[in-house]
Design a protein around this ligand. Structure first.
Ligand code: PGA
Length: 262
């Protein structure tokens, strides 16, 4: 559960999504660098999402530190004849978080809303914290459908829940801002995060919405993290490209941590 510390008592969270980058050696040295830069940074949760084959290495190298490890993807079934898949259940004990519904999974691997709901439920059942990504494409935004897309993705993924489990965090990631080198503006990011919070309030009540952690993601850098972290509705960042550079990612985490973590 998020402890007190961030805006309105919500503890900030920064995720580093490495996507399909790094060799094993590169991954190991990045984890070591991140540990030496960030271990013990106060008032913030930091989680890295390395590629699947390096998860156990990351888990071992971060043992006893404050940094956490997450999986970029998992399958919802516990076990079975699912060649190539790894289940949330299998990942428990190696990771604490799992990404759900990242736009690359939705677009490149044709993951549907129903799949996000299944994985989110399986992650919670396996004792993991799901980090659900939602957000509209440029074309959807141009057609004035941004809010409707966020609402559809969010409600579908949370469909099976009676109440909003405190382990669920949501990242508003406008697809048009991912991997572009230019984030959404703070007002665009705030609008998206506020939309997420409004929909959570309508579905689960005002208290759940006030407690939920909502991140912004899309070309976050150390230069933009400060203003994005200061958003009234935002509680941190989901970082892609910049999470592969230890000093840059550490800079982002320090910008997001209350008073630089001090
Ligand atoms: P980016 O990726 O920071 O490289 O834009 C963000 C993401 O895909 O989560």
């Amino acid at each position: 559960m998020p402890a007190a510390g961030g805006v309105q008592g919500r503890r900030p969270l920064v995720g580093g999504n490495w996507k399909m980058h790094t060799t094993r050696e590169e991954a190991r040295s990045l984890v070591r660098e991140l540990r030496s830069e960030l271990d013990g940074l106060e008032g913030i949760d930091i989680v890295i999402f390395p590629p699947a084959p390096w998860l156990a290495d990351a888990h071992d190298l971060l043992a006893g530190s404050t940094l956490r490890v997450g999986a970029q993807h998992a399958h919802w079934e516990r076990s079975g004849a699912f060649t190539g898949a790894v289940s949330a259940h299998q990942l428990a004990g190696v990771v604490d978080y799992v990404l759900v519904g990242h736009s690359e999974r939705r677009q490149l691997f044709h993951e549907c809303d129903r799949a996000t709901a299944r994985l989110l439920g399986a992650a919670l059942a396996a004792g993991l914290s799901p980090l659900l990504a939602v957000g509209e494409t440029a074309a959807e935004r141009d057609r004035g459908e941004a809010e409707a897309v966020i609402e559809r993705q969010l409600l579908a993924a949370l469909d099976g829940l009676q109440r909003l489990d405190g382990r669920v965090a949501v990242a508003y990631e406008p697809v048009w801002a991912i991997g572009r080198g230019e984030s959404a503006t703070p007002s665009q990011a705030e609008e998206g995060c506020a939309t997420v919070r409004r929909i959570v309030a309508e579905r689960f009540g005002a208290d759940a919405a006030a407690r939920a952690r909502v991140l912004y993601g899309g070309s976050v850098s150390a230069a933009t993290a400060g203003e994005l972290a200061a958003l009234p509705s935002g509680d941190g960042a989901l970082v892609g490209g910049a999470s592969l550079r230890a000093a840059e990612f550490a800079g982002i985490c320090r910008e997001v941590a209350p008073s630089g973590g001090g």
